[in-house]
Design a binder for this molecule. Structure first.
Ligand SMILES: C[S@@+](CC[C@H](N)C(=O)[O-])C[C@H]1O[C@@H](n2cnc3c(N)ncnc32)[C@H](O)[C@@H]1O
Length: 277
C-alpha cells in the first residue's frame, strides 16, 4: 500500500493514503478498517490493485473505481452519469436534520437529488419522515432508483423518486404548502471555472449552473417557497463566490425569513438557509 500511496502522491491526488487504502480494501473485498487484519494481496489481487492505482492516478475519482460513495451513514452506488456526492454536502444535510428536531413525521423534499444522497441520508436518520427526491436526468434517475431500492432493502423507509424539472410548477404540486424541509444541492459552478480533473467525470449538467452559476437557483427558491408550509426550513448549497447573491435572491423572493449564509470548516461560504415566513 505504501507504493500505492507514493504513486498517487506523485500523481497529485489530494488524499493519496486514504485513496490507496480504499482501493486496497476494494480489491481485497474488505472494509478499510479490516485492512490490517487481511492476509494481503495474492498475485492476482496485486495486479488488480496496481491497475486500480493507475486508474486513480489518471484522474478517475476513487468512487468511480469502487462504484460506491459514502454519505453520512449510507453508501450510494455511483458511476458514469451521476454526480458523486461530496463530503461538504453532509453539512447541508446535517443542518436539515437539525431543523427537523421537534417535528414528528415530517415531509421532506430533496430537489436535484442525483444519486439520492441527501434524500436517502434523511430517510436513514429520520425513519418517521416521508421523503421525496426530484431529479431530471434519466441517467441520474437510474442510479437514484437503484440506490433507493438498495436502501429500502437494507431496512430504511422508502423514498419516493420523482422524475421532473425542479423549475416546473407542477412538480409535487399536491404537496404545496405542506412540506417541512426542502434541501437542494443544485448545479452551481460558473461556466468556465477551472475544476479538478475528477469533476470531469461528473455530468456537466450536474455541475455547471450557467455563465454565473446562478441559472437554476431562482427556480429552486420559487419551488421551495411553493412547497414549504409556514415556518418550514430550506437550505441550498451554492458556489463559495455566491455568499451575497443567494441570500439576496431569497430576500427578493419576499416569502422567507431568518436568511443565513453558512460556512464550511475552511470558512468558505457553502450554503444558505432560510425559513418560510
Ligand atoms: C450537484 S448535483 C447534486 C446531486 C446530489 N443532490 C448530491 O448532493 O450529491 C445536481 C443534480 O441536479 C440535477 N439537475 C440539474 N438541473 C435540474 C433540474 N432543472 N431539475 C431537476 N434536477 C436537475 C442534475 O442532474 C444533478 O443530478
Amino acid at each position: 500500500m505504501a507504493r500505492g500511496t507514493s504513486r498517487l502522491g506523485e500523481a497529485g491526488v489530494p488524499s493519496p493514503r486514504v485513496d490507496a487504502e480504499i482501493l486496497a480494501a476494494h480489491v481485497l473485498g474488505v472494509s478499510r478498517s479490516q485492512l490490517l487484519l487481511s492476509d494481503g494481496f495474492t498475485e492476482q489481487a496485486l495486479l488488480e490493485y496496481v491497475k486500480a492505482v493507475e486508474t486513480r492516478a489518471s484522474g478517475v475519482p476513487v468512487q468511480h473505481i469502487t462504484g460506491r460513495a459514502p454519505f453520512r451513514h449510507v453508501e450510494l452506488a455511483v458511476g458514469p452519469g451521476v454526480f458523486v456526492p461530496r463530503p461538504e454536502t453532509e453539512l447541508l444535510a446535517d443542518w436539515g436534520l437539525a431543523a427537523l428536531a421537534g417535528h414528528s413525521r415530517p415531509v421532506v423534499v430533496d430537489l436535484c437529488s442525483g444519486s439520492g444522497a441527501i434524500a436517502l441520508a434523511v430517510a436513514n436518520e429520520r425513519p418517521d419522515a416521508t421523503v421525496f427526491a426530484v431529479e431530471r436526468s434519466p441517467e441520474a434517475l437510474t442510479w437514484l432508483r437503484r440506490n433507493a431500492a438498495e436502501r429500502s432493502e437494507a431496512g430504511d423507509p422508502p423514498v419516493t423518486v420523482v422524475e421532473g424539472d425542479v423549475a416546473d410548477a407542477s412538480v409535487l404540486a399536491e404537496l404545496n404548502g405542506t412540506v417541512d424541509l426542502v434541501l437542494c444541492n443544485p448545479p452551481y459552478v460558473p461556466l468556465g471555472t477551472k475544476v479538478a480533473v475528477e469533476v470531469d467525470h461528473d455530468p456537466p449538467q450536474a455541475v455547471f449552473g450557467g455563465a454565473e452559476g446562478l441559472d437554476l437557483i431562482p427556480a429552486v427558491i420559487r419551488t421551495a417557497a411553493r412547497l414549504l408550509g409556514s415556518g418550514g426550513s430550506f437550505a441550498v448549497e451554492h458556489d463559495e463566490t455566491h455568499g451575497a447573491e443567494v441570500p439576496a435572491l431569497l430576500r427578493e423572493d419576499g416569502r422567507f425569513a431568518v436568511i443565513r449564509l453558512r460556512y464550511d470548516l475552511a470558512q468558505r461560504a457553502r450554503y444558505t438557509t432560510a425559513h418560510k415566513a
